[in-house]
Design a binder for this molecule. Structure first.
Ligand code: ZN
Length: 196
């Protein structure tokens, strides 16, 4: 069998920026340098996303204000979608609007019913500069829209109805991390006893 590199295996887990961090509220800049630093960034984003047990992560969530996101996300048919996008553009979002529970690694422990299009198409580039087009449905379409929002300085909280937004913000204010703007991801598995 051919050896394949596991995404994130050479990356470094970075502190996660949390709700209240200014970088989460500002649009990210286009990537212009497709050099080794970009490949390293993608690796660290995978490492951080996996450590936090997430399905997607945008660069500004680890404090890098560039238009990059990574994902390892199932759709509603349980197909796995794994990849990264540089300078992504949401070129289509259509179908029906579905209100489903959504959370964010930058607002840990909080979830709220969030309206999203059922289908999304994103065009962008790989870290090598090759053009890519990614399309998704269901939960993966939700993920693509969520990550594109991050790169515009948005959060899913902005998409909630007033009532759900107030409830989510109240939960965030009571969360153990309230008052901090970053923390290291601590996956529950790391605290569990090691078996085998
Ligand atoms: Zn998020």
């Amino acid at each position: 069998m051919r050896k394949r590199t596991i995404p994130g295996s050479s990356g470094r887990v970075r502190p996660m920026r949390l709700l209240g961090d200014e970088g989460l509220a500002a649009p990210c800049a286009e990537v212009t340098d497709f050099g080794p630093a970009l490949a390293e960034l993608v690796e660290s984003m995978f490492a951080t996303m996996y450590a936090a047990q997430g399905v997607g992560l945008a660069a500004n969530q680890i404090g890098v204000p560039l238009r990059v996101f990574v994902y390892d996300c199932p759709d509603d048919e349980d197909r796995r979608h794994l990849g990264h996008l540089v300078n992504p553009r949401l070129v289509a979002a259509d179908g029906v609007v579905v209100r489903g529970d959504e959370g964010c690694l930058s607002v840990p422990g909080v979830e709220a019913p969030t309206p999203r299009w059922d289908r999304a198409v994103v065009e962008g580039f790989t870290a090598d500069g090759a053009p890519v087009r990614v399309s998704g449905t269901g939960f993966f379409a939700r993920c693509l829209q969520h990550e594109c929002d991050h790169l515009e300085g948005g959060l899913y909280l902005d998409r909630l109805t007033d009532r759900h937004r107030r409830r989510a913000l109240r939960a965030a204010r009571k969360a153990p991390w309230a008052g901090s703007t970053e923390r290291m991801p601590v996956p529950p598995a790391a605290e569990a006893p090691v078996r085998a």
